[in-house]
Design a protein around this ligand. Structure first.
Ligand code: G3I
Length: 366
């Protein structure tokens, strides 16, 4: 028995010495991501980084992080004169210690804005100054640390029109009724604030070809033609109905966007499963369906060189926005269960990455 153990250790050591790869014996998502050249990310709550299992799973499996809430207006700007960078800075420090990239989220959104801003009765000139100052201060603070920003989040509605927003509706920043003009202004301020950061537009229910994704495509095409700075589109991929039907044209959408010369990131993937009143899974087979949905999205991304990041909205079922949002009727949406054990969906994603790493290569793109 002892001899067998010794022999196995010798073989493993030999593999490590020959390949120079100390971690290739147990490859994590990020190991494959590094090999293929794709970012594998997760949305993170910096206050949980003190939890050992949270921090170690994150560091082991991901090479990119994004603050789930910590860099949004309501979190970073508790009052007009104060910027609270502490939680965001904690995340940056963690990321740097573990060789991870940080994705910033988000600078312009109609939601999760502080009360002082929403109730301030500001004029369009004041709102314009506030937004310019905010974009500039936050992006300059994180320059060189945050490599890409969701400059504008969820500006379009399902029919391709515009969502109501403090930044768009009158008075707004003075561009009410002028379509994408307020987004254009935000992107221009963002480029000035940190010329090296990649600038993204980010939205949900715009994965496949539909009225919303058509409007996003038209905006990116127009921005590119006129030299308005934009580098990427974030497709959130919150999948609610355990089916790939509504996202069946995801590949086509990625193809047409990357053909415009922008990158695509999958930014917020999760797939909530129906739960009973006690919070238990109703159908065990849903875990397999969930795995297939993640597999579908990951494959669509990996097939095209211009799809450069695959990120999930959290990573453990212990912390996810889905149960709160669905009043407990859905959950278990992520890669790891509440005890940080990998689920079938984790294995499916790892397998897709592994297959790519084993020489299938990446497809065409910018
Ligand atoms: O910070 C307060 C805390 O002080 C208070 O004790 C607690 C009590 O409920 O609320 C805390 O704020 C909550 C915050 O998350 C932090 O936990 C807000 O109520 C809650 O509305 C907020 O929800 C977030 C939501 O965006 C709005 O910012 C979710 O966690 C977050 O997952 C969700 O993320 C969005 C993306 O940004 C954009 N795409 C959709 C995605 C899901 O909705």
């Amino acid at each position: 028995m002892l001899h067998a153990k010794k022999f196995l250790t010798l073989i493993l050591t030999a593999i490590v010495l020959v390949t120079g790869c100390s971690r290739c014996l147990a490859q994590s998502l990020r190991d494959y991501g590094d090999k293929i050249g794709i970012l594998i990310g997760a949305a993170v709550n910096p206050s949980k980084l003190t939890e050992d299992a949270y921090a170690s799973t994150l560091a082991r499996e991901f090479n990119m992080v994004e603050p789930e809430n910590a860099m949004k207006w309501a979190a970073i700007r508790p009052d007009q004169k104060t910027f609270n960078f502490k939680p965001g800075d904690q995340l940056v420090t963690f990321a740097q210690a573990h060789r991870m990239k940080v994705r910033g989220h988000c600078l312009v959104w109609q939601k999760y804005n502080p009360a002082w801003l929403m109730n301030g009765r500001f004029t369009s000139e004041q709102l314009s100054d506030l937004l310019r100052e905010h974009i500039s201060t936050v992006m300059k603070h994180y320059a060189g640390q945050v490599f890409a920003w969701d400059v504008v989040n969820e500006a379009f509605d399902a029919s391709g029109g515009f969502e109501h927003s403090i930044w768009y509706d009158s008075p707004g920043i003075g561009m009410a009724g002028k379509g994408t003009a307020y987004l254009e202004q935000a992107f221009r301020w963002a480029r000035m604030a940190d010329p090296k950061a990649l600038l993204f537009y980010n939205d949900y229910d715009a994965e496949g070809l539909n009225a919303k994704s058509n409007a996003i495509y038209a905006m990116v095409k127009d921005f590119k033609r006129r030299g308005v700075p934009i580098d990427g589109v974030g497709l959130q991929a919150h999948i609610f109905n355990l089916s790939t039907k509504e996202i069946s044209s995801l590949s086509d959408n990625i193809t047409r966007l990357t053909a415009l010369g922008v990158e695509v990131h999958i930014t917020e993937m999760d797939a909530g499963l129906p739960l009973d009143r006690k919070g238990n899974l109703i159908n065990g087979s849903d875990l397999t369906k969930q795995a297939e949905i993640y597999r579908f999205v990951a494959k669509a991304c990996l097939q095209q060189r211009g799809c450069t990041a695959f990120q999930t909205w959290g990573f453990t079922d212990k912390y996810s926005w889905i149960p709160g949002y669905t009043k407990g009727t859905k959950g278990m949406a992520l890669l790891f269960d509440e005890t940080y054990a990998p689920k079938p969906v984790y294995n499916a994603l790892r397998e897709v990455l592994q297959q790519r790493a084993q020489g299938l290569g990446r497809g065409a793109g910018p």
